[in-house]
Write a protein that binds this ligand. Structure first.
Ligand code: ACO
Length: 324
């Protein structure tokens, strides 16, 4: 038995932060940001608006699209690195808000790859007999962004996306998932403080260790390499070629990374979903947000062959191939 996506939804906060706004905060320019990243604006959560608030709204929309209610859910998986608090899981908060009284719930931590990892876990559970699984990617990246660091603050945004998985019949559904990690590269992207290694303290806050640190250039190169390898691995595992692919939905980190990958794969950009111009990098939310927009814009049709692919902190990289 295969698992299939039976509904998608997304939600972004109302507040828009443009590149012009950033020009007033750090030494940068709209031209530099657009040329180097493809990002024009991003959404920022309101004060007091937390990860579960965004995730719940995206989940409600995905359930509505699936024609299901929260009581139908067996399991809720939330991919995030910016949950409401260390305990409890954000998944439990969303479970409560939705009224998903039968569902088990837990978070998955794989940074920008979190949604692809969570989808793969959900897929495995559908294969074992669970019927309806909610997979959410939700992030409030603005709280772990150092708004004085121009090399990172231009990149990130807040948002959420969600899908509902159910059992598939025939040829449709998730054909395969491919998950990878290399912890040797842990320091390419990390938030050093706030956990058990460097617990919260006045010194930790004064040193800014609660914020994302990133080696941008090195990350860029690894991203291009791993995304290319993932795409080839995924298609070859299914005896399919790049020509068979209808839509490529990559993690929305940087338009130049995605263009470099598409060039190497000889994949026309018309087959690539790009929305980071409006949302920036929303980490685990980026793929389900882009996927939901593509579905609602009818870029994904019954029978379409869709690949999702991500890389992120860990280092992790992952992809999945879906026959819609
Ligand atoms: N505005 C203007 N100038 C800037 C800015 C800015 N916002 N940021 C950096 N610069 C300057 C640098 O200081 C440097 O100046 P110098 O040459 O005088 O030293 C120059 O621009 C070039 O800097 P680079 O870092 O080489 O710029 P690059 O072209 O690599 O772009 C970027 C930087 C956008 C961060 C890029 O490296 C990138 O996108 N990397 C990948 C990041 C990523 O995808 N992370 C993903 C995962 S995040 C997660 O998992 C949570």
């Amino acid at each position: 038995m295969r698992a299939r996506i039976v509904g998608t939804g997304s939600y972004v906060p109302e507040r828009v932060l443009t590149n012009a706004d950033l020009e007033r905060m750090v030494a940068t320019s709209d031209t530099w940001i657009v040329e180097r990243t493809g990002i024009r604006e991003r959404r920022i959560a309101a004060p007091g608006e937390a990860c579960s608030d965004l995730g719940t709204k995206a989940a409600e929309r995905a359930l509505e699209a699936a024609g299901l209610t929260a009581a139908d859910l067996d399991l809720i998986l939330v991919a995030t690195c910016t949950g409401d608090s260390p305990l409890p899981s954000t998944a439990c908060l969303i479970q409560h808000r939705l009224g998903a009284v039968r569902a088990a719930a837990c978070d998955i931590s794989a940074a920008c790859c979190g949604f692809v990892y969570a989808l793969a876990v959900g897929e495995a559970y559908v294969k074992t007999g669970l019927r309806h699984i909610l997979v959410v990617g939700a992030e409030v990246m603005s709280v772990i962004t150092d708004w004085t660091d121009r090399s990172t603050c231009i990149l990130f945004g807040d948002g959420a996306g969600a899908v509902v998985l159910g059992p598939a019949d025939g040829d449709r559904g998730i054909l395969s998932s491919h998950l990878h990690s290399d912890g040797n590269l842990w320091d390419l992207i990390c938030v050093p403080g706030g956990g058990s290694r460097i617990p919260p303290s006045d010194k930790m806050l004064a040193d800014g260790l609660q914020y994302i640190k990133m080696k941008g250039n090195e990350t860029f190169k690894v991203a291009v390499k791993t995304l290319e390898e993932s795409a080839r691995e995924t298609l070859s595992a299914n005896h399919l070629s790049m020509d068979d692919l209808d839509l490529y939905v990559p993690h929305q980190a940087n338009a130049r990374i995605i263009k470099a990958v598409a060039d190497r794969l000889e994949l026309p950009m018309e087959k690539v979903v790009l929305n980071m111009d409006r949302y920036g990098n929303t980490s685990a939310a980026s793929i389900p947000l882009a996927l939901d927009e593509a579905v609602r814009a009818a870029r994904v049709k019954d029978g379409s062959l869709v690949m999702i692919a991500a890389f992120g902190s860990g280092l992790t990289w992952a992809s999945a191939l879906i026959r819609w």
